[in-house]
Ligand binder design. Structure first.
Ligand code: ZN
Ligand code: ZN
Ligand code: FE
Length: 751
C-alpha cells in the first residue's frame, strides 16, 4: 500500500545541503517524489509505504545536516500518483518569504583536508567551500538562495565544478559558491603600484614578516593585518587607524599558537573552533610573546582562529599570529569593496591582498566571552547574523533602529526577530549610509514592510532622527533606553510571563525621561511599560561628555557629592591641575554646564580613577574594563551602598574607597571590594522588591553586564536566594542588543 505526503519545512533549510539530504533519505527508504526550494523554505512530496514514510519523517529531523535549523514541518496527505523516481526540482520564487538565511560558516574539516592535499584539484585554493561551509549571508543578494542571486553570479562554473554541483551524491551538490582555481575567484596583491598575481600569498607573507601592514579582504570586509610582536609596528598601526588604546584582535594559526599567549578553557576552545569562529576574549598569559600594545591595560585578549581558506593559508609556522583589526579609520564602517579599499585604506595599509568575489553585505567579526559556563555575547555579527531570535509570540512587522554606539537594528516577522550584523557607532555619515543599506537589504531579503518603527528617546541620536524621516506611513514609537535593555533580555529568554520582572539596567549613558543621563536603573518592567523603583543617586557631571573622556573629573564630582575633600593624595585630584580644580569647583557649585546623572558607567570611572587605574580614557568603557581586569579573586570584603527610599547612594562607597587609597590598599583589592559592593546592592534590592511585590524574576542588562566578573558574582548570589535570573546569551547586554527590546516594546504598545 502506498501513501503520498506533502511536507513543508521552514527554518534555516536553504544553502545548508538540505535538498541533497532529503534526496539521500528518499533513496535510502525507497521513496518517489520530489524536493525543491522556494522562498518559504523547502517543499517535499514523497510517496511510499507508511513504514518507510515514518522512517523518512523521523530521520528528516534527527539526521538533518549540521547547518540546518528546522523550525517546523507541516504535513498534508495527497492522492497517490504514478511515478518511479525521486528528483530535485528547480527553485521557485514566490512573493512571501519565510525562509531563514544562513550566517557565514567557517571552513569545514573536509574542505580543510582538500585544501592541504597536494593531489587535490583545489590544493591551496583560497576559495574552496562546500554545502557545509563557506560564505552565505555576505554574498546573498536575494532569496531563494541560488547562485544567480549571490555575488558568485558572475563566475561560470567549469565542467568539473558543474558536475559536482549537479550530482546529488556529491558534497558540493548545489553548493552555490562552488568554485575551483580554473573557474572561481582569484587572489592578487597590490603593492607599490604593482599588481602581483603569481605566488600572491608568498608575497603577502613576505611583506608581513618584514613588518608591513597588509589589508586582507576576508568574508565580510577588509582586515588590517600585521605581526603582533613588534612594538614599533603597532605604534604605527595605532597612529594610522587613530586608535590609541582600544584592543586589537589577533588571529592565531591553531590552538597551540593561542596557548602561547592566552589561557584557554575547554569551553573557550570549543567556541574558538565553532563554525561561527568568533573572536573570543581570553585571559592573557604572562609573560607574552606578543607586544603589550596589542591590548594595553587589558587582562584579556581577543583571539580568533582562521575561518576562511585564505586565512588558513596566510597563517603559517613563520606567521603563527597576526593582528587582525577591521579595515577602517576609527569608527567608520568596515571597508568591503575593492575600489573603496584602494581609496580608504591607502593611508592605512602598505599593500592590499584582494580578490574578485564581491562582498554584498559587510559583516564584522563577532566578539564573545565566557562568563562562568555561559556564553556572553559582546558583539553579535559574523557567524551569528542574520540567524533570528525566537520571540515569545508573533508580533506585527517592526523595524527597531537601536541606539547610537555599537549600532544594530532589528526587524521582526511573526515570532522571529532578525538582528542585523554590527554596523558601528552611528556618529558619522558613512555609518548612516551603511546602516540604511543594511536596513534596505534586510527588508528586501525578508520581504518585510514595517508598520511600526521604534527608536531611542534620546533627541540627539542620529538613529532616532533617521527613523522619524524614514517612517513614512509607519507609526513611530520612542522607547526609553533602559526599558529597551530589560525588554531585550526578556525577549531573548522567551519571557512570556505577564508579570513584570525586577530589572537592573546598568550602563554608561541613556536618555532619561526627566532629561538626566540615566544608567543605574532599577525597573519593574514588562514589555508594555516600566516603573522606575530605584536608581543610583544623581551626581552632577561637569561638562557632560567631557567628563566621560576624563574619569578624574567624574571622580572629583563623586568625591564632592560624598563630602570627601579633594586631597592630592588621591590620584584623580593629583591628575587635575589647580586651575581645572577651580573651574570644576565653580561648575559643581553653580550647576552651570552640569548634567545630573545616575550612570553606573561613570561610577566605575570614578572608582577606577580613585584606585589610580586610569585618569583619561581613549575608548568607551576603558576604565571599567581595566578595573575589572584588576579585581582580585577570592576577596570577600566589600564596600556598601546606602539604600534609601527610591534611590541608592554611592557616597559611602566613595568614602570607603578614598580611605583605602590613602591607607595604601592595592587597586586589586579595591576593585574586588567594589565588585562585591555591586553584587550586594543587586541582591539586597532584589530581596527587598521580592518582599514588596512578590515578583521573583530578576533581569540583568546594560553594558555594565559585559563585565563577566561581576555577572558571575551576581548570578551566584541571586541563585542562592532562588531568583529566576534572565541574562544575555544571544544578543549583547550593551547597546548592540538594544534594538531587540525596542522592537518588543513597540509591538506591545501597539499590539
Ligand atoms: Zn566545506
Ligand atoms: Zn571549476
Ligand atoms: Fe545602554
Amino acid at each position: 500500500m502506498q501513501t503520498r505526503l506533502r511536507l513543508r519545512i521552514t527554518g534555516v533549510v536553504q544553502g545548508v545541503g538540505f535538498r541533497p539530504f532529503v534526496y539521500g533519505l528518499a533513496q535510502r527508504y525507497g521513496l518517489t517524489g520530489f524536493v525543491g526550494n522556494d522562498s518559504n523554505g523547502v517543499f517535499v512530496e514523497v510517496q511510499g509505504t507508511p513504514e518507510s514514510l515514518d522512517a523518512f519523517r523521523s530521520s528528516l529531523v534527527t539526521a538533518a545536516p549540521p547547518l540546518a535549523h528546522i523550525d517546523s514541518v507541516a504535513v498534508t496527505v495527497l492522492p497517490v500518483q504514478h511515478e518511479t523516481t525521486f528528483v530535485i526540482v528547480r527553485s521557485k520564487s514566490t512573493a512571501s518569504a519565510n525562509t531563514l538565511i544562513s550566517p557565514d560558516v567557517a571552513i569545514c574539516a573536509d574542505c580543510l583536508r582538500e585544501l592541504h592535499d597536494p593531489l587535490d584539484r583545489r590544493y591551496h585554493y583560497s576559495f574552496i567551500n562546500c554545502t557545509h561551509c563557506g560564505p552565505r549571508f555576505t554574498i546573498i543578494t536575494d532569496i531563494p538562495y541560488d547562485r544567480p542571486l549571490t555575488t558568485m553570479a558572475g563566475f561560470r562554473m567549469c565542467a568539473v565544478c558543474q558536475a559536482e554541483y549537479d550530482d546529488p551524491l556529491n558534497r558540493r551538490f548545489h553548493a552555490q559558491p562552488n568554485a575551483c582555481p580554473l573557474c572561481g575567484p582569484q587572489l592578487w596583491l597590490e603593492h607599490a603600484g604593482q599588481r602581483i598575481e603569481k605566488d600572491v600569498l608568498g608575497a603577502a607573507q613576505a611583506l608581513l614578516v618584514s613588518g608591513h601592514i597588509v589589508a586582507v579582504k576576508g568574508l565580510g570586509g577588509f582586515h588590517l593585518a600585521c605581526v603582533a610582536h613588534e612594538e614599533g609596528l603597532l605604534v604605527q598601526l595605532r597612529e594610522r587607524k587613530g586608535r590609541v588604546d582600544k584592543p586589537f584582535a589577533v588571529m592565531a594559526r591553531d590552538m597551540a599558537a593561542v596557548q602561547r599567549f592566552a589561557v584557554v578553557s575547554a569551553q573557550e576552545a570549543h567556541l574558538l573552533l565553532s563554525k561561527e569562529r568568533p573572536i573570543v576574549l581570553l585571559r592573557k598569559r604572562e609573560p607574552s610573546p606578543l607586544s603589550r600594545l596589542v591590548a594595553p591595560g587589558n587582562g584579556h585578549i581577543g583571539v580568533m582562529l582562521p575561518y576562511t581558506p585564505l586565512h588558513e593559508l596566510l597563517l603559517t609556522e613563520a606567521l603563527p599570529v597576526l593582528v587582525m583589526t577591521s579595515g577602517n579609520v576609527a569608527d567608520e564602517p568596515i571597508v568591503k569593496d575593492n575600489g573603496e579599499a584602494r581609496i580608504r585604506l591607502a593611508g592605512l595599509a602598505d599593500a592590499l591582498l584582494m580578490h574578485d568575489r564581491p562582498i554584498h553585505m559587510h559583516c564584522d567579526d563577532s566578539v564573545v566571552r565566557m562568563s562562568g559556563t555561559e556564553l556572553l555575547p559582546i558583539r553579535r555579527s559574523r557567524g551569528y547574523a542574520p540567524f533570528p531570535v525566537k520571540l515569545p509570540w508573533a508580533v506585527p512587522p517592526v523595524l527597531a533602529v537601536g541606539g547610537e554606539l555599537k549600532a544594530t537594528f532589528c526587524i521582526t516577522k511573526e515570532d522571529y526577530a532578525f538582528m542585523s550584523q554590527h554596523i558601528g557607532d552611528m556618529e558619522n555619515w558613512e555609518t548612516l549610509v551603511a546602516f540604511e543599506a543594511a536596513v534596505d537589504h534586510f527588508r528586501h531579503i525578508f520581504r518585510m514592510t514595517p508598520t511600526l518603527i521604534a527608536y531611542d528617546r534620546h533627541p540627539g541620536y542620529l538613529s532616532a532622527r533617521w527613523a522619524q524621516q524614514y517612517a513614512g506611513d509607519a507609526a513611530v514609537v520612542a522607547v526609553q533606553h533602559h526599558h529597551a535593555h530589560i525588554a531585550s533580555v526578556m525577549a531573548e529568554n522567551g519571557h512570556g510571563d505577564a508579570r513584570p520582572v525586577i530589572g537592573f539596567s546598568f550602563d554608561g549613558t541613556g536618555y532619561g525621561d526627566d532629561g538626566a543621563i540615566w544608567g543605574g536603573e532599577v525597573l519593574l518592567a514588562d514589555y508594555r511599560g516600566f516603573e522606575r523603583v530605584s536608581h543610583l543617586r544623581y551626581i552632577p557631571l561637569p561638562g557632560g561628555d567631557a567628563a566621560i573622556k576624563r574619569p578624574y573629573r567624574t571622580a572629583l564630582a563623586h568625591l564632592r557629592a560624598a563630602g570627601v575633600d579633594w586631597d592630592t593624595a588621591l590620584p584623580p585630584v593629583a591628575a587635575c591641575s589647580v586651575v581645572e580644580q577651580g573651574v570644576l569647583a565653580q561648575q559643581l557649585e553653580t550647576g552651570l554646564n552640569c548634567v545630573p546623572t545616575s550612570s553606573f558607567g561613570r561610577l566605575f570611572d570614578a572608582v577606577a580613577a580613585l584606585a589610580g587605574v586610569r585618569q583619561v580614557v581613549t575608548y568607551e568603557a576603558q576604565a571599567a574594563i581595566e578595573l575589572e581586569a584588576l579585581a582580585a579573586p577570592g576577596i570577600t570584603s566589600r564596600y556598601t551602598f546606602a539604600l534609601m527610599d527610591g534611590f541608592f547612594d554611592a557616597a559611602p562607597v566613595i568614602r570607603e574607597v578614598a580611605t583605602d587609597v590613602v591607607a595604601g590598599v592595592s587597586a586589586e583589592i579595591i576593585a574586588a571590594k567594589f565588585h562585591n559592593a555591586i553584587t550586594d546592592l543587586i541582591v539586597n534590592l532584589s530581596l527587598q522588591l521580592r518582599t514588596q511585590t512578590g515578583l521573583n524574576s530578576v533581569a540583568l542588562s546594560g553594558g555594565v553586564f559585559q563585565n563577566a566578573t561581576l555577572l558571575k558574582l551576581v548570578i551566584a548570589a541571586l541563585e542562592e536566594s532562588d531568583f529566576d535570573i534572565l541574562t544575555h546569551r544571544l544578543v549583547p547586554p550593551n547597546d548592540g542588543g538594544l534594538a531587540l527590546g525596542q522592537a518588543m516594546i513597540a509591538a506591545q504598545v501597539y499590539g
